[in-house]
Design a protein around this ligand. Structure first.
Ligand code: URA
Length: 281
């Protein structure tokens, strides 16, 4: 992809790793869509463009048609109960809720001593897209949800510009408790919290993760180094899930000129998910 910043020199081994990651992501996308080449990036399945509200509205129409006998006489809830995909999703949602409750009393690290409450996640992740940030700030600590402050409002605008409803993406953080004075989480705090995020992602099975900032990228992929150099290049989480590193929204609030790079990265994610940017063909 073309970025407005000068291309940094890449170490050949790192370049090879990046290429392999990109190829794996591409192969996975082709396998999922049954495609054999680049058409996988160009042909979004029609139903993927539904927003969660549209899906809910469609579900509601189906159920009311079934309930009133106006529509075809299908027992929607019975067919759902027999749908293994739907059963898996329900089981995952139940386990995620149990995990949220478990996390709410966590004392695995010192951050539990200063938090107001834990901050687990927001959104359903039904779109296959997750965003991962660093850790809760003051607003998130007060409200119990990630990215609800100024940086969160900017993230919401980015999500909307990508063509997603706020609720259909999943948003979480590397650590679930606010580090005092918004300092970076320490490595032992990240390590103590990591199993929770690993399980969340295991249950959600996202198709792509956006790593917001260097701490998120390191926590997800174990890759450190400047985010300015690492952003915009696909990486892999646990060898399977595509990760796009980009700048953190809090950085964008301080450096609005970096928004154009983030927009390039996010468009790449939209393409990877087989969707199109709103207002473009
Ligand atoms: N910054 C983060 O990294 N996460 C939040 O939830 C809020 C701000």
């Amino acid at each position: 992809m073309t970025a407005a910043v000068a291309e940094p020199e890449l170490d050949p081994r790192e370049e090879l790793t990046t290429l392999v990651a990109a190829l794996r992501v591409h192969a996975e996308l082709c396998r999922e869509s049954g495609a054999t080449g680049l058409e996988a990036y160009r042909a979004p399945p029609e139903n993927r463009s539904k927003t969660s509200e549209q899906s809910v509205a469609a579900d509601a129409r189906e159920s009311s048609a079934a309930g009133t006998g106006v529509g075809p006489r299908t027992d929607v809830s019975a067919s759902r109960a027999n749908d293994p995909g739907e059963q898996d999703r329900e089981a995952s949602a139940r386990r995620l809720e149990m995990l949220r409750v478990e996390v709410s009393t966590c004392t695995r690290c010192r951050l539990s001593e200063t938090r107001t409450q834990t901050v687990f996640a927001r959104g359903t992740g039904s779109s296959g897209l997750c965003f991962v940030g660093e850790g809760p700030g003051a607003d998130e600590d007060a409200q119990g949800f990630p990215f609800v402050g100024k940086a969160g409002q900017l993230l919401d605008r980015m999500i909307e510009a990508m063509g997603f409803a706020r609720d259909e993406v999943y948003v979480a953080n590397i650590v679930k408790c606010r580090p005092p004075n918004n300092r970076k989480p320490e490595p032992d705090e990240v390590a103590a919290c990591r199993p929770y995020l690993v399980e969340q992602l295991e249950l959600l099975k996202p198709k792509a993760i956006v790593a917001l900032g260097a701490t998120a990228l390191e926590g997800l992929c174990g890759i450190s180094g400047g985010i300015t150099r690492l952003r915009g290049t696909w990486r892999l989480y646990r060898g399977t899930v595509a990760v796009m590193p980009t700048f953190h929204p809090a950085y964008l609030l301080r450096t609005p000129s970096a928004k154009k790079e983030v927009w390039l990265d996010l468009q790449e994610v939209v393409r990877h998910l087989g969707r199109s940017i709103p207002g473009r063909k």
